[in-house]
Design a protein around this ligand. Structure first.
Ligand code: FES
Length: 132
Protein backbone atom coordinates (compact mmCIF):
# COMPACT_ATOMS: atom_id res chain seq x y z
CA UNK A 1 0.00 0.00 0.00
CA UNK A 2 2.78 2.43 0.99
CA UNK A 3 4.74 1.45 -2.13
CA UNK A 4 1.75 2.30 -4.32
CA UNK A 5 1.29 5.63 -2.55
CA UNK A 6 4.97 6.53 -3.11
CA UNK A 7 4.68 5.53 -6.76
CA UNK A 8 1.57 7.65 -7.17
CA UNK A 9 3.18 10.67 -5.45
CA UNK A 10 6.23 10.31 -7.71
CA UNK A 11 3.98 10.22 -10.75
CA UNK A 12 2.02 13.24 -9.50
CA UNK A 13 5.19 15.28 -8.82
CA UNK A 14 6.51 14.48 -12.31
CA UNK A 15 3.21 15.39 -13.90
CA UNK A 16 3.00 18.72 -12.05
CA UNK A 17 6.62 19.60 -12.92
CA UNK A 18 5.96 18.80 -16.59
CA UNK A 19 2.73 20.80 -16.62
CA UNK A 20 4.41 23.83 -15.03
CA UNK A 21 7.27 23.69 -17.50
CA UNK A 22 4.85 23.39 -20.40
CA UNK A 23 3.07 26.50 -19.18
CA UNK A 24 6.33 28.43 -18.81
CA UNK A 25 5.87 28.83 -15.04
CA UNK A 26 9.37 27.51 -14.48
CA UNK A 27 12.05 29.62 -16.14
CA UNK A 28 15.39 28.17 -17.08
CA UNK A 29 18.34 29.88 -15.39
CA UNK A 30 20.61 29.50 -18.36
CA UNK A 31 20.83 28.36 -21.95
CA UNK A 32 23.89 26.62 -23.32
CA UNK A 33 23.67 28.21 -26.73
CA UNK A 34 26.51 26.41 -28.51
CA UNK A 35 30.25 26.27 -28.94
CA UNK A 36 32.09 29.58 -29.05
CA UNK A 37 34.22 28.50 -32.02
CA UNK A 38 31.04 28.01 -34.07
CA UNK A 39 29.62 31.41 -33.09
CA UNK A 40 32.77 33.16 -34.22
CA UNK A 41 32.43 31.38 -37.55
CA UNK A 42 28.65 31.70 -38.01
CA UNK A 43 28.42 35.39 -36.89
CA UNK A 44 25.13 35.02 -34.99
CA UNK A 45 22.70 32.46 -33.65
CA UNK A 46 18.95 32.61 -33.27
CA UNK A 47 17.66 30.73 -30.25
CA UNK A 48 14.65 30.50 -27.97
CA UNK A 49 15.09 31.00 -24.23
CA UNK A 50 12.21 30.75 -21.77
CA UNK A 51 9.73 31.11 -24.60
CA UNK A 52 11.37 34.25 -26.00
CA UNK A 53 13.36 34.56 -29.19
CA UNK A 54 16.91 35.80 -28.77
CA UNK A 55 19.91 36.50 -30.96
CA UNK A 56 23.51 35.91 -29.93
CA UNK A 57 26.40 37.80 -31.52
CA UNK A 58 30.14 37.65 -31.24
CA UNK A 59 31.93 40.98 -31.11
CA UNK A 60 35.64 41.54 -30.42
CA UNK A 61 36.06 38.32 -28.50
CA UNK A 62 32.88 38.71 -26.47
CA UNK A 63 29.47 37.17 -27.08
CA UNK A 64 26.35 39.21 -26.36
CA UNK A 65 22.68 38.38 -26.49
CA UNK A 66 19.66 40.51 -27.33
CA UNK A 67 15.98 39.79 -26.96
CA UNK A 68 14.03 39.93 -30.21
CA UNK A 69 10.99 41.33 -28.40
CA UNK A 70 10.30 44.92 -29.45
CA UNK A 71 10.09 47.28 -26.49
CA UNK A 72 7.11 49.11 -28.00
CA UNK A 73 4.28 46.57 -28.22
CA UNK A 74 6.20 43.28 -27.95
CA UNK A 75 6.27 42.29 -31.63
CA UNK A 76 9.18 40.12 -32.70
CA UNK A 77 11.84 42.19 -34.44
CA UNK A 78 13.75 40.84 -37.44
CA UNK A 79 17.48 41.07 -37.91
CA UNK A 80 18.68 42.34 -41.28
CA UNK A 81 22.28 41.27 -41.50
CA UNK A 82 22.87 43.30 -44.66
CA UNK A 83 22.02 46.52 -42.77
CA UNK A 84 23.18 45.44 -39.32
CA UNK A 85 19.81 46.53 -37.95
CA UNK A 86 16.69 45.13 -36.36
CA UNK A 87 13.37 46.17 -37.84
CA UNK A 88 10.06 45.72 -36.14
CA UNK A 89 7.35 44.63 -38.59
CA UNK A 90 4.53 46.16 -36.53
CA UNK A 91 5.37 49.89 -36.51
CA UNK A 92 8.74 49.94 -38.30
CA UNK A 93 10.82 50.66 -35.21
CA UNK A 94 14.55 50.24 -35.84
CA UNK A 95 17.39 49.19 -33.59
CA UNK A 96 21.12 49.01 -34.26
CA UNK A 97 23.15 45.81 -33.91
CA UNK A 98 23.62 46.49 -30.18
CA UNK A 99 19.88 46.90 -29.63
CA UNK A 100 19.88 50.70 -29.34
CA UNK A 101 16.85 52.49 -30.77
CA UNK A 102 17.55 54.18 -34.09
CA UNK A 103 14.08 55.38 -35.01
CA UNK A 104 10.38 54.83 -34.55
CA UNK A 105 8.21 54.11 -31.54
CA UNK A 106 10.36 51.82 -29.35
CA UNK A 107 10.85 53.63 -26.02
CA UNK A 108 14.00 51.77 -24.98
CA UNK A 109 16.70 49.42 -26.27
CA UNK A 110 16.21 45.69 -26.79
CA UNK A 111 16.79 43.72 -23.61
CA UNK A 112 20.34 42.46 -23.29
CA UNK A 113 21.01 39.17 -21.50
CA UNK A 114 24.13 38.45 -19.49
CA UNK A 115 26.19 36.12 -21.66
CA UNK A 116 29.30 34.28 -20.54
CA UNK A 117 31.86 31.90 -21.97
CA UNK A 118 32.09 28.59 -20.15
CA UNK A 119 34.66 26.87 -22.36
CA UNK A 120 33.94 25.70 -24.90
CA UNK A 121 30.36 26.97 -24.67
CA UNK A 122 28.52 30.26 -24.86
CA UNK A 123 26.00 30.42 -22.04
CA UNK A 124 23.11 32.88 -21.83
CA UNK A 125 21.95 33.63 -18.30
CA UNK A 126 18.39 34.60 -17.42
CA UNK A 127 19.55 38.04 -16.33
CA UNK A 128 18.81 41.30 -18.16
CA UNK A 129 21.80 43.62 -17.87
CA UNK A 130 20.49 46.83 -19.41
CA UNK A 131 17.82 49.17 -18.14
CA UNK A 132 14.29 47.83 -18.95
S1 FES B 1 5.75 46.92 -31.72
FE1 FES B 1 7.72 47.34 -32.51
S2 FES B 1 7.61 49.38 -33.19
FE2 FES B 1 5.67 49.00 -32.36
Amino acid sequence: MQKQRRKFLGFLAGWIAGALQGCNFIEEKELIAGQLANLAFEKYWLREFNGKRIIIFYNQGEPYTLSLVCTHKKCTVRYRASEGQFICPCHKGRYDIHGNVLSGKPPKPLAKYKTIIRPPYVVVLNQIINEQ
